[in-house]
Ligand binder design. Structure first.
Ligand SMILES: Cc1ncc(COP(=O)(O)O)c(C=O)c1O
Length: 253
């Protein structure tokens, strides 16, 4: 705000932020973003490239957090990645302003924009999500996942924090929670990227993503169709990874 609100066109935020590991906003955060944007005539955009189409158990993460953005960007889950597609939802009055402008169009070309195959896949995917109650499954099992991860934190001193909601969680790692010791620079360098943590994850044959951006973390985002047995299996394999990480940390000093 030092530059003045008149220099700000738009605020863009994720309902649950991926960068730094599944950061869930505090109560009232999105309401306050809306209030500030309205006060200064600034547009508010929810980046839902990750959060939408069931990742948080709803069509859009904004629903879950009572967010009222002017625009929503989406991609990945809209086709469950069976075809590449991204898009933008825009409030009607803003679209009207565009239609009523001298150009009367949105001037942004994209070679394959609006491709009928990708959009047909999106429709088929959304239909399956609706008919198979995929979001109901996420909402029914999200606590199994979250509680399971928190239980792993209790049993592994190398877990610093567990965050997330829906099927979108992050496990942040440290050297020793009981003694309050973080990973040192050389340990971080050995763990990531392409290091010890990647090897431990691969050995446990589990698809969780080691992430070293800002902290050492494991991104835990199971497929939306994962049922209780898949979540149990995931937690068991993660337990192995953390066990072996604990062992490695003991020998790394
Ligand atoms: C939260 C978020 N926003 C935006 C993007 C960029 O999306 P795209 O690659 O469709 O431009 C990504 C890509 O991973 C993302 O995770």
């Amino acid at each position: 705000m030092a530059a003045g609100p008149d220099t700000v066109a738009m605020v863009i935020a994720e309902p649950v932020q991926n960068g730094r590991g599944a950061l869930v906003p505090p109560e009232g955060y999105w309401r306050e973003l809306r209030r500030i944007c309205d006060a200064y005539g600034v547009l508010l955009c929810a980046d839902e490239v990750i959060n939408s189409f069931g990742r948080l158990g709803h069509w859009f993460g904004s629903e879950r957090f009572g967010a009222e953005p002017d625009m929503i960007t989406f991609a990945k889950g809209v086709t469950s990645a069976y075809q590449p597609l991204g898009g933008l939802v825009v409030r009607g009055p803003l679209v009207d302003r565009l239609w009523d402008s001298p150009l009367a169009m949105y001037v942004h070309g994209s070679t394959f924009g609006g491709h009928p195959v990708a959009t047909a896949v999106a429709v088929a995917n959304m239909t399956a999500m609706r008919d198979e109650d995929v979001f109901g499954r996420v909402l029914a099992n999200e606590n199994l996942l979250g509680d399971g991860l928190r239980a792993l934190m209790e049993s592994h001193a190398c877990v610093k924090d567990v965050r997330g909601t829906g099927y979108f969680h992050s496990v942040e790692l440290m050297r020793d929670r009981a003694r309050g010791v973080d990973l040192n620079d050389s340990e971080v360098a050995e763990l990531l990227p392409g290091g010890v943590l990647d090897r431990l994850v691969r050995a446990a044959r589990v698809l969780v993503r080691p992430d070293g951006r800002g902290a050492v973390m494991l991104a835990v985002s199971p497929p939306l169709v994962a049922d209780e047995s898949v979540i149990d299996d995931l937690l068991g394999r993660l337990d192995q990874v953390l066990d072996r990480l604990g062992g490695w940390l003991k020998t790394s000093t």
